[in-house]
Design a protein around this ligand. Structure first.
Ligand SMILES: Cc1ncc(COP(=O)(O)O)c(C=O)c1O
Length: 473
């Protein structure tokens, strides 16, 4: 039997039957309720949701009237195939979805400045193996149990302390939810707002994965311009939206760090506008210049910020572990919505990570990785300055594992990427992350340095100089 867990809010001005109708309609449109399924009986659903039978009946009548379901004698309401107009509007939507970066695995490059890789040689394999073995030896039940719904309590407590010390986030363990990556975290959050306006403001350009998640959930994206120091708050203030996704510690992909004054204005606006801000703090551990700035969540006195963190940069993207810090005011809604969901990250991995943090390996690992990345970062900056000097401009170099470079040789980004490829060097086109193609800045390339050795960084940049500035190439 289909289980419905709509978030019905008596105080939001929309009649409950309309909210229920919209919830079921959305589930039919996105395929969660497939063609041929039977809706629960009116009596069953009214008892389950503790609303009147009339309310359920009205929602069902509306679904019948709009052709989503039909009555079958003595059985109930059956979900019909999606009508062509609905299907074609979905297909139409797909056309506007962000481009997909084809993972061209066949193509390998001697010098790959890929974004997203970490330094594999520094990964503490032996310690991690010991933590996993300990987890299994001390708690063999982990193999037989799905674990706590919000995530391992020990891991959540470790995260609570870590976030307080490193990011100034003051939260309780009830506010923390463990997820299997940022896209999973975003999907969970989005579904908390499935009723009412489904639009999100995003920096332009912004993280492609987040764009895809919003698109897949049928949300519309409102692009917000970037200024030298991050999101244009004045433009944001003019836009009607209750949710904003932002990367304030290291704008993705431009790399600027949102200054404290802008953070405070953003929070004030969110509070006055009763909006939520989704703060994606994906690589805050690695900062090379300037004073550390507290996270937005640390400054969020009115509880408008939903914080997203990940172990993908600080530990390994293969762990598939990330976390949400919910505002207090969303804890009940979260628990109500996901009451019968299981935790998605294996308890074995979570317990291993708990031990890794509890025995202080995580702190030492971050300390060590800061030095590793600092050296790579310095090598990259030195090489860029040494080989291309005044012919380039480096953008967003204060933090993270990538930066952008503006190449002043009148070539388009496409040509820059092509020429580099010819010499065995891969650099990336940041316009891929733009929300509207017209705003693409020419002559910019994206260079990731997490996974490439210092030696290769230097050689790779020298080759780029040849590719872009020498007449022979
Ligand atoms: C902006 C941004 N957010 C989050 C992440 C991490 O995503 P996940 O936790 O799914 O690995 C990345 C990783 O590359 C990123 O670039």
């Amino acid at each position: 039997m289909l289980e419905f867990i709509p978030l019905l809010d008596k105080n939001n001005g929309v009649p409950i039957y309309v909210q229920l109708f919209q919830y079921i309609k959305q589930k039919i449109e996105d395929g969660t309720i497939p063609e041929g399924s039977f809706l629960p009986s009116v009596r069953y659903l009214s008892a389950q949701l503790r609303i009147s039978k009339n309310t359920v009946d009205s929602a069902y009548q509306q679904l019948v009237a709009e052709g989503y379901v039909a009555s079958r004698a003595r059985i109930g309401l059956i979900v019909l195939p999606l009508e062509q107009p609905v299907l074609s509007s979905i297909l139409q939507e797909i056309k506007h979805k962000p481009k997909v970066l084809l993972d061209n695995k066949a193509e390998t490059f001697e010098y790959d400045f890929k974004y997203g890789d970490i330094d594999v040689n520094s990964f503490p394999h032996d310690i991690w193996k010991r933590c996993l073995t300990k987890a299994l030896t001390n708690e063999p039940d982990l193999l037989l149990n799905p674990g706590e719904r919000q995530g391992d309590i020990g891991l959540r407590r470790e995260l609570m302390n870590y976030l307080f010390q490193s990011r100034g986030v003051n939260c309780s363990e009830e506010q923390i939810v463990i997820c299997s990556g940022t896209q999973h975290a975003l999907s969970l959050i989005i579904q908390l707002f499935s009723i009412g306006d489904r639009s999100v403001a995003m920096e332009n350009p912004s993280y492609d994965v987040a764009q895809t998640v919003f698109n897949n959930h049928g949300w519309s994206i409102k692009p917000i311009r970037l200024e030298q120091d991050g999101i244009d708050i004045e433009q944001l203030q003019k836009i009607e939206t209750k949710v904003t996704y932002i990367t304030p510690s290291h704008q993705f992909p431009y790399g600027m760090v949102l200054p404290i004054q802008k953070r405070l204005s953003l929070l004030e606006w969110a509070n006055q506008n009763s909006s939520y801000i989704l703060e994606d703090d994906y690589d805050s551990e690695f900062r090379y210049q300037g004073q550390p700035i507290p996270s937005l969540k640390a400054l969020d006195e009115e509880d408008n910020v939903i914080y997203l963190g990940t172990f993908s940069k600080s530990f390994s993207p293969a762990a598939r572990v990330s976390y949400i810090v919910l505002p207090q005011n969303l804890i009940d809604v979260y628990n109500h919505t996901y009451v019968n969901y299981n935790q998605s990250v294996s308890p074995i991995i979570q317990k291993g990570l708990y031990i890794f943090m509890n025995e202080e390996h995580f702190t030492s690992h971050i300390r060590r990785m800061r030095k590793v990345y600092q050296k790579k970062h310095q090598t990259l900056i030195n090489a860029l300055n040494k080989y291309m000097g005044r012919h380039i401009e480096i953008i967003g170099q204060n933090a993270g594992l990538h930066l952008l470079v503006r190449i002043k040789n009148n070539m388009s980004t496409k040509d820059l990427v092509k020429k580099a490829k010819k010499l065995g060097v891969r650099v990336y086109d940041p316009s891929f992350y733009c929300l509207n193609e017209k705003e693409i800045e020419p002559s910019l390339v994206m260079i990731g340095f997490g996974g490439i050795s210092e030696e290769k960084i230097d050689k790779g940049i020298l080759l780029l100089q040849k590719a872009w500035f020498s007449n022979e190439s």
